[in-house]
Design a protein around this ligand. Structure first.
Ligand SMILES: [Zn+2]
Length: 233
């Protein structure tokens, strides 16, 4: 299950999306499937990134905009030892590789079910589970987060999506996500989406029911570069 975040009318909104193998849906949200973009194998990489979710931005319930794209494709690099990646969707058929920590493929990831992920995850339609809800910040955590960042050069000012890291990640992830910079333009990224535990346990089990896995997505508000990183708590 995916949780999406976006700004709307000075609030941070959240919307849940889940795969539904046997239901029809108006918009073309989906889980898995063959990536529509050329070049999802990073330069000199030996394994493809996998397409986890595709979000149809024609759906008025999701007021996110990616210039030139109808679809927001959320990729992962699970098979790599360092799965932090950044990429930019240039169109619905073209993706630009921006960054990957390391191109070593790992065969012994602690959360691999069978030693290797499939290159393509089984495709399934997905639907929004309900109306968007306003995210309510935990004031104590928010205060703590701002204190932690006080001495940083890029300390946050007004509440924004980046503060969600305090709610969703705690200190260790906060250190990553309070400061995540777009490697294409240097801007601080916004929180975009998260997947907790199994992405879609009715469709595929990727790490044997391990609830401690958290996949985070961020997006650059200036150039729309997307970052994906899975974390094991
Ligand atoms: Zn950027």
């Amino acid at each position: 299950m995916l949780e999406l975040f976006y700004d709307q009318d000075d609030a941070v909104m959240s919307n849940m999306l889940s795969a539904v193998p046997f239901e029809d849906s108006t918009y073309l949200h989906k889980f898995g499937g063959i990536p529509p973009h050329d070049g999802v194998i990073p330069p000199e990489g030996t394994a493809p990134w996998q397409l986890l979710y595709t979000i149809d931005l024609a759906d008025p319930a999701i007021p996110l905009v990616i210039p030139g794209c109808r679809f927001l494709c959320l990729y992962n690099a699970f098979q790599y030892e360092q799965p932090l990646i950044q990429y930019r969707l240039k169109s619905d058929s073209e993706v630009e590789f921006i960054y990957q920590d390391d191109l070593k493929v790992r065969n012994d990831a602690p959360f691999l079910p069978d030693g290797k992920y499939p290159d393509v995850l089984p495709e399934s339609k997905a639907i929004l589970l309900g109306e968007p809800e306003e995210v309510v910040f935990d004031e104590e955590l928010e205060e703590f987060w701002l204190d932690e960042l006080e001495d940083q050069e890029d300390a946050a000012s007004s509440p924004d999506r980046n503060q969600l890291c305090a709610l969703y990640g705690g200190v260790s992830q906060m250190q990553i996500f309070g400061h995540t910079k777009c490697k294409a333009c240097g801007e601080t990224m916004d929180y975009l989406a998260s997947v907790r535990g199994e992405p879609e346990d009715k469709v595929i089990s990727l790490w044997g029911g391990e609830e401690g896995v958290l996949i985070l997505y961020q997006i650059c508000p200036a150039c729309f570069t997307i970052e994906s990183v899975p974390l094991v708590n």
